[in-house]
Design a protein around this ligand. Structure first.
Ligand code: PLP
Length: 459
């Protein structure tokens, strides 16, 4: 450990009195106090209290290239010096934003040809909903206004996207979901009816068909899904599920929107989860790994058909009224271009790019999690690539969870912190992991040791 920040107490008091920490229970946070992070290098964080922490969650599943990447800092500084801001509104533009759009089209599924650069994932989802509405209005099918997503899905917290997010805390007190937002069951093998892969896929396809039939196909606009549900507890569907849902959406004449905010940029192995199954969505949302957390940015990619429907259906010469001051921000775009370079063709030390490195070390991650299957608290282990979770139970046979009064997630967080490990908990019983793609085999050994110790301490 290191010396604590000299102003830690004063800063903790200022944080308590002024800074809102969204999603944390606000009053509870005031009592608990902030864990102020100070610096990072590779997979490691240092906090202001003097602790060194192995970050097994890459910030908020976003710092895929690890902390302290000098080449990213240089790209940002150079762009800021040259031109810190160029509006993407109207007809201005900047070189990094143009190059980034072209690069995203090059590396994403072939169906996607047009790119709207946003401030993050929530805004990309919100733009998708608004622009799909515009698409159907402009192409003469104004009744197609109902949206379907998965239970346990997370699609951000914008005022429309939070309705497609099907996690109760994002609805409670917000009058959500909206009347035109609907869900079908999540492909959750551990707690669902179907454990067999094909049965699970068939059940999801049938549920989508049944929901579209019930609403009337002429009224349904789109189906949104994450290829692996992240904040819902890292629900990993069987291989073939994404493709089957894509085909179902096509046959039902609804748009297929894949939310790769977490799964994009090597998180599950390939550049995008869609690549593993040759899925060609109508729209795709991206964020997080796009800039690896070095600056805010997201993206909405769309097919030529959707783009043309919007562009050609609007009254000639009329603006399309959706955009923001920071759309296509040149500094974020310059950062994203450098981050994409690190994924694909990093230095020798990175072994030919971080995507390749991530794929090489993923078996160590899988082994670390699988090694915990015998732990008395572990009911289920799920992973693909560098995305994973363990689901804790008080009784493996009945899969019973834990009484909320035990405060298990707080105890796990505190114990993890004492053991120098950062992860995330979902509810009281699912621990999620999304290590940076630069993790080493030795760091995974340490990860397993610290995680086991953390579980032992709360037994
Ligand atoms: N979609 C998914 C799948 C996410 O996991 C998230 C954020 O965690 C979002 C959308 C929203 O992205 P942002 O937090 O950048 O607004």
């Amino acid at each position: 450990s290191y010396p604590a920040h000299p102003d830690l107490d004063a800063l903790t008091a200022l944080d308590r009195d002024h800074l809102i920490h969204p999603v944390a229970p606000w009053r509870k946070h005031e009592q608990r106090g902030v864990t102020m992070l100070e610096s990072g290098q590779g997979a490691w964080l240092r906090d202001a209290a003097g602790h060194e922490l192995l970050d097994a969650f890459a910030g908020l599943w976003c710092v895929n290239v690890g902390y302290g990447r000098e080449s990213v800092v240089r790209a940002a500084a150079e762009q800021m010096r040259k031109l810190p801001y160029a509006t993407g509104y109207f007809h201005f533009g900047s070189e990094p934003a143009i190059r980034l759009a072209a690069k995203l089209v090059e590396i994403s599924p072939p169906s996607l040809t047009r790119v709207y650069l946003t401030l993050g994932g929530s805004e990309a989802i919100d733009a998708a909903i608004r622009l799909i509405t515009q698409y159907y209005n402009n192409t003469g099918r104004p009744a197609k206004k109902h949206f379907i997503a998965l239970e346990r899905g997370y699609h951000g917290s914008s005022s429309m996207g939070a309705g497609l997010t099907a996690l109760p805390v994002f609805h409670r007190g917000f009058d959500m979901p909206l009347p035109n937002q609907h869900t079908i069951p999540s492909p959750y093998a551990y707690r669902g009816e179907h454990r067999d892969d094909q049965a699970l896929i068939d059940a999801s396809v049938s549920a989508l068909r049944a929901k579209v039939e019930a609403l009337g196909p002429e009224r349904v606009a789109a189906f949104f899904c994450e290829p692996i549900q992240g904040s819902g507890g890292v629900i990993v569907p069987p291989k073939g599920w994404l493709k089957a849902m894509r085909e179902a959406a096509r046959s039902l004449d609804i748009l297929f929107v894949v939310d790769e905010v977490i799964t994009g940029f090597g998180r599950t192995g390939p550049m995008f989860a869609c690549d593993a199954e040759d899925v060609d969505p109508d729209l795709m949302t991206l964020a997080k790994g796009l800039t690896a957390g070095y600056a805010p940015m997201g993206a909405l990619l769309m097919s030529e058909q959707v783009y043309a429907g919007i562009a050609d259906g609007a009254p000639a010469g009329a603006p399309i009224g959706h955009g923001a001051t920071y759309s296509a921000h040149p500094v974020s775009a310059a950062i994203a271009l450098e981050v994409l370079r690190l994924y694909e063709d990093g230095s020798e030390a990175d072994g030919g790019g971080l995507l390749a490195h991530g794929r090489r070390v993923a078996p160590h991650f899988a082994a670390a999690l699988d090694g915990l299957r015998d732990h008395p608290l572990v009911g289920d282990v799920r992973h693909r690539g560098l995305l994973g979770a363990i689901e804790l139970v008080s009784d493996k046979a009945t899969k019973r969870g834990f009484d909320a009064s035990l405060g298990l997630s707080d105890r796990l967080f505190d114990s993890g912190y004492r053991n120098g490990l950062v992860f995330r908990s979902f509810g009281d019983h699912i621990l999620g992991f999304a290590p940076a793609l630069c993790f080493t085999a030795d760091e995974f050994t340490l990860f397993e040791r610290r995680l086991r110790k953390t579980l032992d301490e709360v037994l």
